[in-house]
Ligand binder design. Structure first.
Ligand code: HEM
Length: 165
């Protein structure tokens, strides 16, 4: 009982950090970057974004690990049985969660770090013109951040919905 309680809180708090941070970054901070001067957005990318990417990697990992342990602790894979409404909704949540993790870790984070690298290279070479690759990379970074946030919102809807059955 105490174990389930601790795992559930660990799961929900890490999910709040990942989802909350992801939504603010995708829908507020990312779009606002385009309104900054090239110098300010470059400084933001180099000094702030690597820490943000690390924060998401840590809390995404914790959410998945706590979620898997919680599932195991509550009864294991049989909870995902398609013969109950609970199982169907929880399975949909797990599928959205795994999709969000793959997009965040293997697509969005490398693209965000590529944008950081392009700005660092520009600053190191003393060039005044940013790489022609940078605008496309930033657009892709924004799109993948929005995709991750949407998948996480769908995950939360299913996870909270499952709790009603
Ligand atoms: C592989 C990944 C995941 C697994 C295996 C998993 C598993 C679970 C399980 C077994 C529950 C308990 C459901 C119940 O109340 O009976 C739960 C609850 C919850 N999960 Fe997940 N989860 C995962 C990912 C996520 C993600 C990515 C989020 C959101 C960002 C999330 C948000 C929540 C929330 C908010 C609850 C609390 C629902 C409630 O009790 O009302 N989960 N999860």
């Amino acid at each position: 009982m105490l174990g389930t309680w601790i795992l559930a809180w660990g799961h929900v708090i890490s999910a709040i950090c990942w989802l909350g941070g992801g939504v603010v970054f995708a829908f507020v901070v990312g779009p606002a970057l385009g309104k900054l001067s090239p110098a300010s957005s470059g400084e933001f990318l180099v000094k702030v974004v690597p820490g943000v990417v690390r924060f998401f990697q840590i809390f995404a990992g914790l959410t998945i690990v706590f979620g898997a342990l919680l599932l195991y602790n509550m009864g294991g894979l049989s909870l995902l049985s398609p013969s109950t409404s609970y199982g169907i909704i929880l399975s949909a949540g797990v599928a959205f969660a795994l999709a969000a993790f793959v997009v965040a870790e293997f697509i969005a984070a490398p693209i965000q770090m590529k944008a950081v690298r392009l700005v660092r290279e520009m600053l190191a070479s003393g060039a005044h013109q940013s790489s022609p690759e940078l605008p496309k990379t930033l657009r892709l970074a924004g799109l993948t951040a929005v995709l991750t946030a949407v998948l996480l919102i769908l995950t939360s809807i299913c996870m909270v919905g499952a709790g009603f059955y």
